[in-house]
Design a binder for this molecule. Structure first.
Ligand SMILES: [Zn+2]
Length: 289
């Protein structure tokens, strides 16, 4: 049995690698697409942003709306292809570029779900989206039409309200701005909590899944989580060591090369900004010495 399960996972990963596309649309400069990840779980692309959605007999569970136009397109596609109402919309975290446009789903009666801290930030920062109806602090399981999704908060990381979403039947974990696949974390790591982020990613190891679906860039597998944590750890160690040697930020940008990750995407463009982000936090911590 296990062999066949592994085999089907392999077939699945292969079909993902081949990019089996269910729907594609190009309107102006916006690239939108829907791709099947596994079973009833689909990946939605809007340019460089991705979210996922689950189809159940009783309706759809969608995740990040991305923006109002994107959400409207997705809502229409789900209606056309699956003829299902949208019952839940789950936000990954409070950042505007992922969760704007939630009202498009909320207006049709969907329940909006997010971490408790995300609700606070959405209201406080006036994010252009629907305010969550349902919040949680550590963990919540949504059940609809015999399918489940587990919403898990692993601690502070890229923000203080970022959650991961586990789809057990599809063996897929959806993570946004938290783990990327062979790609550096975004630019200057603003809003991030670096040491906490590393421990939060390491907790992913206890979740049982095979496929990693990030909010940006290519799909991956479980090992990519550990690799991403290691990158942030190595970067943190390098910046801390350089700070202890009395190096300036400019000197660090020249001396810290992160050679082991030179094949990762955005290595050249974002490494100096990643160094700056960690440097800011390390300086804050060291001020207490
Ligand atoms: Zn973000």
């Amino acid at each position: 049995m296990q062999f066949f399960q592994r085999l089907s996972t392999l077939v699945l990963i292969l079909s993902l690698a081949l990019g089996v596309s269910v729907a594609q649309a190009q309107s102006g400069d916006t690239k939108r697409a829907i791709t099947q990840i596994s079973g009833d779980l689909y990946r939605f692309q809007n340019n460089f942003h991705y979210s996922v959605f689950l189809i159940t007999p009783e309706g759809a569970i969608v995740t990040d709306p991305i923006n109002a136009e994107a959400a409207t397109w997705l809502k229409d596609e789900i209606k056309k292809r699956f003829n299902k109402p949208i019952r839940y919309v789950v936000y990954s975290h409070d950042h505007r570029d992922h969760i704007a446009g939630g009202e498009v789903f909320a207006e049709t009666g969907a329940t909006v779900v997010a971490h408790e801290n995300a609700k606070r930030a959405i209201i406080g920062e006036g994010r252009p989206t629907a305010v969550p109806d349902l919040t949680f602090t550590d963990r919540m399981t949504l059940e609809l039409g015999g399918k489940t999704v587990e919403l898990i908060y692993l601690g502070k990381s890229h923000s203080d309200n970022l959650i991961v979403m586990n789809f057990p039947e599809e063996r897929t974990l959806f993570t946004v701005d938290f783990i990327s696949v062979k790609r550096l974390p975004f630019k200057g790591l603003s809003d991030a909590y670096i040491p906490e982020w590393i421990s939060a990613i390491r907790k992913v190891d206890a979740i049982d899944f095979d496929i990693l679906a990030p909010g940006h860039g290519p799909m991956g597998k479980k090992q990519d989580a550990a690799d991403h944590a290691q990158y942030i750890q190595d970067l943190y160690d390098a910046v801390l060591a350089a700070a202890r040697e009395g190096k300036s930020l400019d000197e660090m940008k020249t001396s810290i090369k992160m050679e082991a990750y030179k094949d990762w995407s955005q290595h050249e463009a974002w490494l100096p900004l990643n160094i700056e982000g960690v440097y800011r936090q390390v300086s804050l911590h060291r001020r207490g010495n």
